[in-house]
Ligand binder design. Structure first.
Ligand SMILES: [Zn+2]
Ligand SMILES: [Zn+2]
Ligand SMILES: [Zn+2]
Length: 307
């Protein structure tokens, strides 16, 4: 009889990274088909669209670039777990902590949930093709109270419109959006994009005009720009939650560097303030008509960061 292989050898090594490439790691995990990833509905995971592999042993994660101690950490509630993200591009890499705190004098490895969104493409792991196990983190105490938006209403008039408010997780950034009701009847595009940056951050985008959106705490946003000058993915510097996509009109010279379809998109979106609706209160994202967009396949090709 063939002897059972030790489970160690059945693990595959995946390369992962944030978007800007400041942090690159190798993680040993099972093949995608038996990975048992989960999707959690708690206050922070639902804002981040997190897809976790839990647990991963710390011995199975090796950073090949960047010191994980310099990742920004965010903890809340009973502070059992700390959410770690890149301070430059805001991409979440992992959560580390203890479901049960160690007793005094007890030596125990912390538990790690690894963000599968940070795993680089081309390694046979596609979260759109995985069966994600639901995890009911929202039911764990303490109950999360969403921070209240207290700023002005957006100026735009929207026929049949509704005012939504929301925030990052820590409340440093709060938003108000006036839009057609975000329910089954919503006809504007709602995009779940797998491009190099959206795939890592996990937002669901809608595309309101700038006058439909108000932001409180703009100064608390980190802004990450690549490819398109003046455009930035904005995320809370404290908790890492992605908020909106900053756009601006480009000069003809700047536009000339892009292909025609990208140029058209940039020109068309310059007056918009695309917002991540995962941060809005009172929305059931499961009932919305979300379109998956294969942004990753659109040129220019993204060079996955290597050390
Ligand atoms: Zn980064
Ligand atoms: Zn969660
Ligand atoms: Zn925050």
């Amino acid at each position: 009889m063939a002897s059972e292989q030790p489970s160690e050898t059945r693990l595959k090594t995946y390369r992962g990274s944030c978007h800007c490439g400041a942090y690159i790691f190798d993680a040993k995990m099972p093949e995608a088909s038996s990975l048992n990833a989960s999707e959690c509905n708690c206050s922070i995971c639902s804002r981040m669209g997190s897809v976790w592999k839990f647990p991963v042993r710390s011995a199975d994660i090796a950073f090949v670039k960047g010191d994980p101690a310099t990742l920004t950490g965010y903890a809340f509630g009973n502070k059992a777990f700390t959410y770690k993200f890149c301070p430059k591009c805001g991409v979440s890499l992992m959560t580390i902590g203890y479901s049960q705190p160690p007793k005094e004098g007890e030596e125990r490895e912390p538990e790690i949930a690894l963000s599968l969104r940070a795993i680089q493409k081309g390694q046979g792991l596609d979260i759109w093709k995985m069966d994600l196990a639901p995890m009911d983190g929202a039911s764990f105490a303490p109950v999360y109270e969403p921070p209240a938006y207290t700023g002005p209403e957006p100026k735009a008039e929207v026929e049949g419109g509704k005012l939504y408010t929301g925030s990052c997780h820590c409340g440093a950034v709060r938003v108000a959006v006036k839009t057609k009701p975000l329910d089954k009847t919503y006809e504007g595009p709602i995009y779940d994009c797998n491009c190099s940056i959206c795939g890592r951050h996990g937002p669901l985008w809608i595309y309101p005009n700038k006058e439909q959106v108000e932001i409180q705490g703009e100064e608390n946003l980190g802004k990450y720009t690549f490819l398109t000058p003046g455009w930035a993915k904005t995320f809370c510097k404290t908790c890492g939650v992605l908020v909106y996509n900053q756009t601006q009109a480009l000069t003809d010279e700047q536009l000339s560097k892009f292909s025609e379809d990208v140029r058209n998109f940039i020109v068309g979106a310059a007056h918009m303030k695309p917002i991540n609706i995962r941060i809005l209160n009172g929305i059931n994202t499961k009932e919305l008509n979300v379109s998956r967009i294969d942004g990753y396949s659109r040129p220019p090709a993204f060079a996955e960061p290597q050390p």
